[in-house]
Design a protein around this ligand. Structure first.
Ligand SMILES: Nc1ncnc2c1ncn2[C@@H]1O[C@H](COP(=O)(O)OP(=O)(O)O)[C@@H](O)[C@H]1O
Ligand SMILES: [Mg+2]
Length: 265
């Protein structure tokens, strides 16, 4: 699905805009990382891309359709859009509501009217794909943060939406689940999906996306090829994305040490 944003702003309160005159176009099948420090507007942008919030200024279309409150007040429009777009929230507690993991996974397919045999088959496949067979009878609300995140990802991916909006998808995942997830996003089954990933996990941005948009206090600080932007140390420093690690200094205390991202070419 293509998106077009023209000087889109969004303000929760009248005074400070969370997004300030954002313009970009995304083509179907593009994979875009939305990077930015805490509070830079990533989640707000993702909510707009999912038509959960609407621009307070500027214009925006998704799949050629105007993203406005009026347009989405039509049930048919809203329903057709939801079928095509899957959103994984930053906070899985907002997303999960079923009594068991099985019900959670079956919910989307049921909504879409899939037949019973297909639902059962897809649920089993998804449980195994995400390595969560052992959680099938558990209540999603009583799982760990990382487990919840995996269930939310699985419940979104099961219906194979054409657009994936992933808000900090690897947050709270253990290293192995993170690898499984990246492999999944890079597997042939997701080849033609349009993907937006809001994150400050630069490794994920590099592995999964070819384009990166960096937000800084609600504005676009950069928009370009991921591999170019992630090597721009000054840009990363300016936008608070430069990663540090620590060495133990001669006095036994850690000394922070910043690196450009990634492996040398
Ligand atoms: N529900 C809300 N009400 C008021 N302000 C909000 C709300 N959610 C986010 N904000 C503000 O909007 C700005 C952008 O937030 P957000 O989009 O969540 O950033 P990010 O996801 O990059 O951390 C921040 O200044 C934040 O405080
Ligand atoms: Mg956020």
């Amino acid at each position: 699905m293509n998106y077009e944003l023209d000087k889109v702003s969004f303000a929760y309160d009248a005074d400070v805009p969370a997004l300030d005159a954002i313009s970009f176009a995304a083509a179907p099948g593009e994979r875009i990382a939305i990077l930015g420090a805490n509070g830079s507007g990533k989640s707000t942008l993702m909510r707009l891309l999912d038509a959960l919030s609407f621009p307070t200024a500027g214009t925006m279309t998704a799949g050629g359709l105007p993203v406005t409150e009026q347009a989405f007040a039509e049930d048919a429009v809203n329903h057709a859009f939801r079928k095509r777009v899957g959103f994984v929230f930053q906070n899985p507690d907002i997303q999960l509501f079923s009594a068991t993991v099985l019900d959670e996974l079956a919910f989307g397919p049921l909504q879409l009217g899939w037949d019973r045999a297909l639902i059962l088959e897809s649920v089993e496949k998804t449980l195994s794909l995400f390595g969560i067979e052992n959680l099938r009878g558990r209540s999603p609300h009583r799982l760990s943060g990382g487990e919840k995140k995996r269930i939310a990802l699985a419940a979104t991916l099961i219906t194979e939406p054409e657009v994936l909006l992933l808000d900090e998808p690897t947050n709270a995942l253990d290293p192995e689940s993170r690898t499984t997830f990246v492999n999944l996003l890079c597997s042939p089954r997701t080849d033609d999906k349009t993907i937006f990933i809001a994150t400050h996990d630069l490794d994920i941005a590099e592995a999964v996306t070819s384009r990166t948009i960096i937000l800084d206090r609600g504005r676009i600080a950069a928009d370009g090829p991921t591999r170019v932007l992630l090597r721009d140390i000054e840009l990363l420093r300016r936008t608070h994305l430069l990663r540090s690690h620590w060495h133990i200094g001669p006095d036994g205390r850690p000394v922070a040490h910043a690196h450009p991202h990634g492996h040398p070419d």
